[in-house]
Design a binder for this molecule. Structure first.
Ligand SMILES: [Cu+2]
Length: 296
């Protein structure tokens, strides 16, 4: 298992820093107003657009069984052997609807392909709910990510990390900002940041895809961000190509969950993972997948 969330977070941060210079503060605020307008519009009953193809692929040869100690400093209760389990891969794609425009299209969707970035994709299931799993190739060292406040936005707006990881919040704007974890979030804090200030928070409670830590700035209503915390390694944050992949998944039934909080798009489907097989599930979402605002 590679450290994709970390690399992707960095890649997305870089990409957003490059693109955000074109985004004025007025646009940001206007975007929030659009959000309100779109959110209150009634949506038809959620028809899930999905293309799911299960394509068994022979297991790669040469994967060595490297079962090692199941204890480490993070309270890991079990360890998955690299040579066992199956894989799940796919792409998240947004199918636009001209009658129901999506306010975040210009940020997240490659218009030609529809590939959706900054979508959180994760597996959930009884095999690892409530426990802390790792794969034999996964680093167990807690990491520290950075979430900046710049141009009156959180950059990146969406993060996915492992319980025990930390996030360093910084302020690059001249204005005083604040980071406030909303009531009901798995983490609670409320800090003010002047330009150049830093604040590090550790995220220990895993809320999965259903209960992200919801962040706001109390001074600027349009600023918002989400941090998803998992107690297992089967989560990804999609990059510009919309792709995700999980390896070393213990065989069994799971829910494949996708949540795009900024766009309020949600997708859930039950999948089965077979030993030594790769299952491909392409997730196609449309305005039909929009959830009602303020649900989480
Ligand atoms: Cu602010």
């Amino acid at each position: 298992m590679t450290h994709q969330p970390s690399k992707r977070s960095v890649a997305i941060l870089t990409a957003m820093l490059l693109t955000s210079s074109a985004c004025s503060r007025n646009e940001t605020i206007h975007r929030d107003a659009l959000h309100q307008a779109v959110s209150t519009r009634s949506q038809p009953a959620g028809t899930v657009t999905v293309q799911a193809v299960t394509a068994p692929i022979p297991a790669k040869n040469g994967a060595q069984a490297t079962k090692t100690s199941s204890t480490n400093g993070r309270g890991v209760s079990a360890e998955i052997d690299r040579a066992t389990g199956g894989s799940v891969e796919g792409t998240v794609t947004y199918v636009a609807d001209r009658r129901r425009r999506w306010r975040y299209a210009r940020y997240y969707v490659d218009r030609k392909s529809g590939h959706l970035a900054e979508a959180v994709v994760a597996l959930s299931g009884s095999l690892f709910d409530g426990g802390r799993l790792k794969t034999s190739t996964e680093s167990t060292k807690p990491r520290t990510f950075e979430m900046a406040q710049k141009y009156f936005r959180f950059i990146p707006e969406i993060m996915a990390l492992r319980a025990g990881d930390r996030v360093k919040f910084t302020n690059a704007d001249l204005s005083l900002h604040n980071v406030f974890a909303s009531a009901g979030s798995p983490a609670r804090f409320d800090v003010n940041l002047r330009r150049g200030d830093e604040n590090v928070q550790r995220f220990d409670r895993a809320g999965g895809t259903n209960k992200p830590v919801r962040l706001r700035c109390i001074f600027h209503g349009s600023m918002q961000a989400w941090i998803f915390v998992f107690d297992h390694p089967y989560y990804r944050l999609t990059a510009q190509d919309g792709r995700f992949r999980f390896d070393s998944v213990p065989p069994g039934k799971y829910q494949l969950r996708m949540f795009h909080p900024a766009g309020e798009l949600r997708f859930v489907r039950t999948i089965e993972v077979g030993d030594g097989k790769t299952a491909r599930f392409d997730i196609r979402v449309s305005p039909d997948n929009k959830v009602q605002s303020r649900q989480q």
